[in-house]
Each structure stands twice: as C-alpha cells, then as structure tokens.
Design a binder for this molecule. Structure first.
Ligand code: HEC
Length: 84
C-alpha cells in the first residue's frame, strides 16, 4: 500500500514539471539576467543570442560559455504561452 502511494505522489509531482529538464536553465537565467531588470519572457523575442551578446558587451554581464549555452536552451527552447 505504501509503495503504491509513493508512486502516486511521484507521478503527481512529475506531471506538473516540464517534459524537458528546464529547471536548472531557468534558475540560471533568473540568477544571471534579472538583477538589473525584469525577467523577459522567453517568447518576448527571438533574437536571444544577439541580446545576450549585447548584455555581455554593454552591461558587463559575465557568463561562461556553458552558462550562455544553458540560458539559450531556456530562452529558445521554451514554448510561448499559446503553445502550452
Ligand atoms: C548589469 C546589468 C544587466 C544584466 C546582468 C543583464 N542586463 Fe539586460 N539590460 C540591462 C539594461 C541597463 C538594459 C536596458 C538598456 C539597453 O537596452 O541598452 C537591458 C535590456 C535588456 C533587454 C531589452 C533590450 C532591447 O534591445 O530591447 C533584454 C531582452 C535583456 N536586457 C535581456 C538580458 C538577458 C537575457 C540577460 C542575461 C544574459 C541580461 N539582460 C542581463 C542590464 C542588464
């Protein structure tokens, strides 16, 4: 009985999570990109690589290549509100 309950809880917890492992990327994005302004939504625009380059060039944002790639995964890989 108890293992079945645990499985049920696990299934419930997972069903509310995105199908792709977005959480880490989203957390990184929020940590790195929202200290100076609001969190722009991923679907706000489609020129994210250029925006990130601009932020790094003008605003002295420091991202490692890995962080930049992860943030792009979140920003470019998240479907817009109408597609959810
Ligand atoms: C050190 C502060 C700072 C950080 C960190 C920062 N930004 Fe910005 N950002 C700004 C400022 C200031 C502006 C508005 C002035 C401008 O556009 O030049 C801006 C504007 C923007 C805009 C609108 C720009 C446009 O051309 O319309 C977007 C989108 C954006 N930031 C995304 C990001 C993302 C993504 C990150 C993380 C990689 C980030 N920002 C990190 C300071 C920052």
């Amino acid at each position: 009985m108890i293992p079945r309950l645990v499985l049920l809880l696990l299934a419930f917890a997972c069903s509310s999570a995105p199908s792709r492992p977005l959480r880490g990327e989203e957390r990184l994005y929020r940590a790195k990109c929202t200290s100076c302004h609001r969190a722009y939504e991923p679907w706000d625009r489609d020129d994210w690589p250029a925006v990130i380059d601009k932020m790094q060039a003008d605003k002295k944002t420091h991202l490692s290549p890995e962080e930049r790639a992860q943030i792009l995964v979140f920003l470019q890989g998240t479907p817009g509100p109408s597609e959810r």
